[in-house]
Design a protein around this ligand. Structure first.
Ligand code: GAP
Length: 527
């Protein structure tokens, strides 16, 4: 983004509206806060982001299987996951202007309002950033949207729109395991809509009430099982190679860091350079009680550094909760583990149990449960632990738009200045890959050749046809859409079989044949 526009989303939002990337939902009725629609270019960008994630996370690997579950699920799922009891934000209302706000966002709202903010009133524990009035005591507000299933509007029929895609993965864990020929360590991935009744949706699409997530639950052995299998557990202190193939003796810490690195690779591959995001490692007091580590990948949005996605090491919390609430075992049987455990004699087993008990006690856990856990391990049984890389489609799209947006000052040979607005999308995510123009519409051979190229190319990638207006204007329209290449067919083209390819970023033009262009295009689109 150009320096002078770094603090504001306004120019980008104006372009997104003008060019059909993002509209307010239900705009003709005044819109709905926190709901956004993607127009013709926006929905192509979205498809490309999701396809890239699916290719990188599922199809490009042998150890991840996909899932596409329903949005409305059995309400007990949300009891087991903790969402029903604890998925809440602290809500407060101004007694004077009646505005609702998240108590933990009052300082941010005051900063956003800048000079327009009301002065802090020291007489109140919380004073309204809009009018200075007194705010009510913050109360937890559950973020799940409620609905009723079936024709009878009764509390017993209440269900919820899912607030995350992850829980369906846990709920279907045993089905996927028994039908996918996968074995721990392996992952289950899902993309799809999630809904959160955010108190204050803010910053354009950044915090929406309806959005999409791309989540992976990667199931791993507990470290104690790795210890039995290999006699050791690789930790980060061992300096493992995280760029090479995954290893059977990695402990949870290494798997977690491995997925942080994978996510960074993905972000690079879709056009976010490493220098523009940071890893924020949550401090022990910020972690959920079951989590062993959590990294937020934060991006420098124009409105500040904010979470783009997260990678959490969630222990065996989720599957254990579902096991408890559903009464269905979520344990796996790991034959190599059983075979390795058979080789331990009684003394070795006893020493192992004591070591695990000491470790569990040091982490405030029950020694009797530790013994039971070890006995199950000797039988080759355990509830898998999980590493969860969880990303938001819309949030990543917003980061890609911010990253791509530039207002370039250009000066022509005569010294005339001009502004070119361009979206420097990576070709993999660019909504339109190629635009095809006949230079002279009335030249039949030129027109027909351009049309033939367009028809052939659009069977492969998303293309745009534009036969009218000055060629310079046609280029500029594609720059604003982020189209990496424009092909111009001129009256010479039918004679020499070549056309001009104009590169969006360098604005350089090169003549080439159709086959030469295909090679260039495919090289840029490959993962
Ligand atoms: N299963 C874990 C989970 O849902 P989260 O941090 O609440 O974790 C993961 O959400 C990601 O989903 C976030 O990093 C963000 O990219 C996206 N996300 C969450 N809430 C969002 C919202 N209200 N609007 C847009 N994206 C959101």
């Amino acid at each position: 983004m150009a320096e002078e526009n770094k603090s504001s989303l306004d120019p980008l939002a104006a372009l997104c509206k003008r060019r059909g990337f993002i509209y307010h939902s239900s705009e003709i009725y005044g819109g709905m806060p926190g709901f956004w629609d993607y127009g013709p270019l926006g929905c192509e960008l979205k498809q490309n982001v999701k396809q890239a994630w699916w290719q990188f996370t599922v199809r490009g690997r042998e150890d991840v299987a996909g899932l596409d579950a329903t949005i409305i699920m059995h309400p007990k799922i949300w009891k087991a996951s903790g969402h029903l009891d604890t998925f809440a934000d602290p809500m407060t209302m101004c007694k004077q202007c009646k505005k609702l706000m998240r108590a933990d966002q009052i300082d941010d709202i005051r900063a956003e309002l800048g000079k327009k903010a009301a002065a802090v009133n020291p007489a109140y524990a919380l004073s309204c950033p809009h009018c200075g009035g007194e705010m009510t005591e913050p109360k937890p507000f559950n973020l799940m949207f409620k609905t009723v299933v079936g024709p009878i509007d009764d509390p017993s029929n209440v269900a919820y729109l899912r607030p995350e895609t992850a829980q369906a993965i846990f709920a279907q864990f045993t089905n996927v395991l028994s039908t996918s020929r996968q074995q721990v360590p392996f992952g289950i991935a899902q993309m799809g809509k999630s809904f959160r009744n955010e108190v204050t949706p803010r910053n354009y699409t950044f915090r929406s009430r309806e959005f999409e997530q791309m989540e992976l639950e990667f199931f791993i052995r507990p470290d104690e099982a790795v210890e039995i299998l290999h006699g050791h557990v690789v930790t980060l202190a061992d300096n493992p190679d995280l760029n090479g193939p995954v290893q059977d003796d990695w402990g949870w810490e290494v798997w977690h860091k491995y997925w942080v690195e994978q996510r960074k690779k993905f972000l690079n591959a879709v056009g976010l350079p490493t220098e523009h995001f940071v890893e924020y490692w949550q401090k022990p007091d910020e972690l959920a009680h079951y989590a062993r580590a959590c990294v937020d990948i934060e991006y420098d949005f124009p409105f500040g550094r904010q979470e783009l996605e997260g990678i959490a090491a969630r222990s065996d919390f989720d599957l254990t909760q579902h096991q408890k609430h559903s009464g269905e075992s979520q344990m796996v049987f790991d034959d190599p583990l059983k075979q390795a455990a058979k080789k331990l004699d009684d003394a070795a087993r006893k020493a192992f149990i004591e070591k695990v008990q000491a470790d569990w006690v040091s982490r405030g856990k029950d020694p009797i449960a530790a013994e039971k856990f070890c006995l199950n391990l000797f039988d080759g049984k355990y509830v898998p632990h999980v590493i969860e890389p969880s990303a938001g489609v819309d949030r990543l799209m917003l980061a890609l738009l911010c990253e791509a947006y530039e207002e370039q000052k250009l000066t022509d040979e005569k010294g005339k200045e001009d502004i070119r607005t361009v979206l420097h999308f990576h070709p993999k995510v660019a909504p339109v890959k190629v635009a095809v123009f006949p230079l002279v519409k009335k030249d039949e051979a030129c027109f027909n050749m351009a049309r033939e190229i367009f028809d052939k190319l659009r069977k492969k990638v998303n293309c745009f046809w534009d036969a009218s207006g000055q060629i310079g204007r046609r280029y500029r329209r594609q720059d604003e859409a982020g189209t990496p290449w424009c092909i111009t067919v001129d009256p010479e083209s039918p004679k020499d079989g070549k056309f001009t390819v104009r590169d969006r970023d360098s604005m350089q033009q090169e003549r080439m044949t159709y086959e030469e262009f295909l090679v260039k295009m495919y090289a840029a689109l490959e993962f």
